[in-house]
Design a protein around this ligand. Structure first.
Ligand SMILES: Cc1cc2nc3c(=O)[nH]c(=O)nc-3n(C[C@H](O)[C@H](O)[C@H](O)COP(=O)(O)OP(=O)(O)OC[C@H]3O[C@@H](n4cnc5c(N)ncnc54)[C@H](O)[C@@H]3O)c2cc1C
Length: 449
């Protein structure tokens, strides 16, 4: 092959068939990985089957953990041009609510809400500005492997199916929740632990809010209780994904997430649940108009996939199941895993080191929260615990910190130790430890990196 051509603003430049790093998927995980790899001096090709800007079904909420990664990428000022949030206004039922400010600790004390149309486009620009080549409208279609190593990847143009062959030294697979390219490499999703199905839409209100609003527990129009939560996230004067109408007011991203597991399948359609949630919220929160751009998607949660690596490839972000089992948020983990993967590029073989790294970073939190999330399937216990927690500001503060994974090992205090010990004990009982197939050996001892 005599090279393909990459878009870089108005310029095009030739990319040889041989690249140091091929990144498949230009969501937050792929763009962050491409940016960090290019900054580390690698020759990087970032490929996505979509043309950007593109929509991505999401709640658009950025936790302080995500803000920290965007800061590292140099986007602090850009983030501050968007609405910022002070914390979460958590409701249990419709009457009992409490505001919990983003906690003190090592993370920034604010969050934000930015449409994925805008965020992901900006991140592809950051990757290009860092020196990566961007090839859009191309799908990673097939991989040729020798002894597990990917030696050649066939990309296909989504417009005319024209093939482009790339010979990468390393492949970073950031192709999202369904991870079809990951599946070619043997990736399996283990549905024995909790997973989510979620639907989002856009609506309007008359005022800009400074708090994320969530309602724990869902109910059907018939009054049955279901495991999950609803959200109303303030997008300010954003134009959403660019396809919403242009009536006045401030935009909200609204949605519901329903939890399920192999033994607790979600047999309920999401759209009626969303409609019911919004009907309840409309008068109380001043929602206007009809929901726009209603879209749903699956969420594998808590590292419930394996294998996440081979000799010269690593799975990142949603492809690696890096989504918080309590909240369903994963932009922060996508950005982080993009950065972490680049720290491993010099290794001869990633097959063992990458699952251990992911497990070191997230294993204990994901394992414990997957286990606790099973409580969602016991409505009476959930109501008893939730009703007690919502009455205590301290308990709420601790719960939000744990649920949003805003407990960093560098933070002092009993909560940090409790989270680590609880997670380690939980992993010992896991059939599938996060990022590993069926447990065959003792949990790995975390090694400082
Ligand atoms: C309804 C809903 C609400 C959510 N709300 C939140 C929230 O409020 N906050 C939060 O932090 N997280 C939220 N999440 C989770 C969040 O959306 C994901 O964790 C995040 O998008 C993961 O980023 P990623 O880069 O791994 O994958 P993605 O963002 O999915 O990007 C994957 C990219 O890969 C491309 N691709 C796929 N296959 C190929 C291929 N073969 N070749 C080339 N390109 C390919 C796709 O076009 C896409 O651009 C939500 C998810 C859902 C479904």
């Amino acid at each position: 092959m005599d090279g393909t051509r990459s878009k870089n603003g108005d310029e095009t430049r030739a990319i040889g068939p041989e690249v140091d790093v091929l990144v498949v998927g230009a969501g937050p995980a792929g763009s962050a990985a491409a940016a960090w790899a290019a900054r580390a001096g690698r020759n990087v090709l970032l490929v996505d089957m979509a043309e950007f800007p593109r929509d991505k079904t999401c709640g658009d909420g950025l936790t302080p953990r995500a803000i920290e990664e965007l800061d590292r990428l140099g986007l602090s000022n850009w983030v501050l041009q968007h609405p910022t949030t002070k914390g979460v206004h958590v409701f249990f039922g419709w009457e009992k609510g409490q505001r919990v400010a983003w906690p003190k600790g090592s993370f920034p004390r604010y969050g934000s809400v930015v449409t994925r149309t805008e965020l992901d486009h900006r991140l592809t620009q950051v990757a290009e500005e860092s020196g990566a080549s961007l090839l859009l409208g191309h799908r990673a279609h097939a991989a040729r492997r020798e002894e597990g190593r990917i030696v050649e990847v066939e990309l296909r143009s989504t417009s005319d199916e024209r093939p482009v062959l790339v010979k990468p030294r390393t492949v970073l697979v950031a192709d999202g929740v369904r991870s079809r390219f990951g599946a070619l490499l043997g990736r399996q999703w283990h549905r024995d632990t909790v997973y989510g199905t979620a639907v989002r839409a856009f609506m309007r209100v008359d005022e800009q809010w400074e708090w994320l609003v969530t309602h724990l527990g869902l109910s059907t129009p018939e009054g049955d209780h279901l495991p999950g939560y609803g959200w109303l996230f303030p997008l300010g004067d954003s134009r959403g994904n660019g396809e919403v109408d242009d009536s006045p007011g401030f935009l909200l991203n609204v949605g519901v997430i329903l939890y399920a597991a192999a033994k607790h399948p979600a047999n309920t359609s999401l759209k009626p649940l969303l409609d019911h949630y919004l009907a309840e919220a409309r008068g109380r929160f001043g929602l206007r108009g009809e929901p726009m751009q209603v879209k749903s998607a699956l969420l594998p949660l808590g590292g419930a996939v394996s294998p996440v690596a081979g000799p010269n490839w690593m799975l990142l972000g949603d492809a690696a199941g890096c989504v918080n089992p309590f909240t369903g948020e994963g932009i922060d983990y996508a950005l982080e895993t993009g950065r972490f993967a680049v720290e491993h590029l010099d290794e001869a073989d990633h097959s063992a080191s990458w699952p251990h790294r992911l497990n070191y970073e997230y294993g204990s939190m994901f394992s414990a929260s997957r286990r606790i999330a099973r409580g969602f399937f016991k409505p009476k216990a959930f109501e008893a615990v939730g009703g007690a927690v919502i009455r205590s500001p301290h308990a709420m503060d601790a719960t939000v910190r744990l649920m949003a994974n805003l407990v960093s090992p560098s933070d002092k205090g009993p909560l940090t130790g409790l989270a680590r010990i609880g997670g380690t004990l939980s992993q010992r009982r896991d059939a599938h430890r996060p990022f590993f197939p069926l447990a065959e050996a003792d949990p790995p001892v975390p090694q400082p990196l």
